[in-house]
Design a protein around this ligand. Structure first.
Ligand SMILES: Nc1ncnc2c1ncn2[C@@H]1O[C@H](COP(=O)(O)OP(=O)(O)OP(=O)(O)O)[C@@H](O)[C@H]1O
Ligand SMILES: [Mg+2]
Length: 314
């Protein structure tokens, strides 16, 4: 068993927002955590990773390879996140540093795990960029995050998470901000990479159709509690809880009207930034108008480098 969560509770301001959740992730299993907005999916993931916001308190048990990791000191948790457990979040913009090239950032992830020179790390970054099917890896590593499309940035975030060769990947709505066609590509890539490496996956989503594409098992949450869990096939065939039945109805509606799954319910803002037209074009054409693809979202640093020629930071 790689991960075992038992009776996990997270309290914020005296309110139990995660209220006694238990589930297991066997070696090599891909488990989807699913539920409506506010059901406690992200806080469960953050509690496992030791990344809860200030004021939140977790109790219960999180065992990773038979070792209790809930309440470990920050230093031990940081090492665990570098070595064993990787993570990808919904909006890659927040995971990426706007001032550093993507090659440098993927390379730094390699260097967390292995002692290699900067030059070797960059060489490895090219390989990792190719592994997540970023086009023209040699060139794309010298680009800055804002010069990439939303789909490309999410691939960079996945490359960074996988560069450490984790045994477990926790991905919280990694494709929700993406256009549906781009989403499908990122999902199948994620599934293949996890499968090929024999890793385990905890995949968070509010969309049962998305979950069915990646996960082998599902844990359905409602208001911080598990209402149903089991093999994905079983859940699709005979959903027993009203929540799962509703999720299945939504997923079926999406099958007939894929455009309805976008923009997403839980991050309309990010969806608006990475609009379908922008991502669809530039996800496929790295040498195309990548900067224009993002012209609704200026880079956070006003004096940030405008193109790959001006790299000063490595
Ligand atoms: N920092 C916080 N302070 C106070 N309450 C919070 C905080 N973060 C989350 N909550 C509350 O905890 C509950 C669970 O939040 P969580 O983010 O885990 O939901 P979620 O299932 O991930 O939802 P979504 O699908 O919208 O991402 C919600 O009711 C939310 O309002
Ligand atoms: Mg969430």
């Amino acid at each position: 068993m790689s991960l075992r969560v038992t009776d996990l509770r997270v309290e914020i301001g005296g309110r139990a927002v995660v209220d006694g959740i238990s589930f297991e992730v066997p070696d090599g299993a891909r488990v989807g955590l699913i539920g409506e907005s506010g059901s406690g999916k992200s806080l469960t993931a953050l509690a496992i990773l030791g990344l809860l916001p200030d004021g939140a308190r977790a109790t219960g048990s999180v065992r990773w390879k038979d070792r209790e990791i809930l309440g470990l000191p920050d230093r031990d948790l940081a090492r665990l996140r570098g070595d064993d457990i990787g993570m990808v979040f919904q909006e890659p913009r927040t995971a990426l540093n706007p001032l550093h090239t993507v090659g440098r950032q993927i390379g730094e992830s390699v260097r967390i795990h292995e002692r290699v020179s900067r030059r070797e790390a960059l060489r490895r970054a090219v390989a990792e960029a190719g592994r997540v099917a970023l086009p023209d890896p040699e060139r794309i590593v010298s680009r800055y995050p804002h010069q990439l499309s939303g789909g490309q940035r999410q691939r960079v975030a996945i490359a960074m998470a996988l560069a450490c060769r984790p045994r477990l990947l926790i991905a919280d709505e990694p494709t929700t901000a993406l256009d549906v066609t781009i989403q499908a590509g990122v999902l199948s890539l994620l599934r293949e990479l996890v499968q090929d490496a024999g890793m385990s996956l905890v995949f968070i989503t509010h969309d049962l159709a998305v979950l069915a594409q990646v996960a082998t098992h599902a844990v359905v949450l409602e208001q911080g509690r598990v209402v149903e869990q089991g093999a994905v096939g079983e859940l699709l065939r005979a959903p027993s809880s009203p929540v799962t039945q509703a999720l299945l109805r939504d997923a079926t509606a999406t099958l007939w009207h894929p455009e309805r799954s976008h923009p997403s319910v839980s991050d309309a803002g990010a969806a608006a930034v990475d609009g379908p037209a922008a991502t669809r074009e530039s996800d496929r054409a790295p040498d195309g108008p990548a900067a224009e693809a993002d012209d609704t979202a200026p880079p956070p640093a006003p004096e940030g480098p405008a193109d790959s020629e001006t790299e000063r930071t490595s």
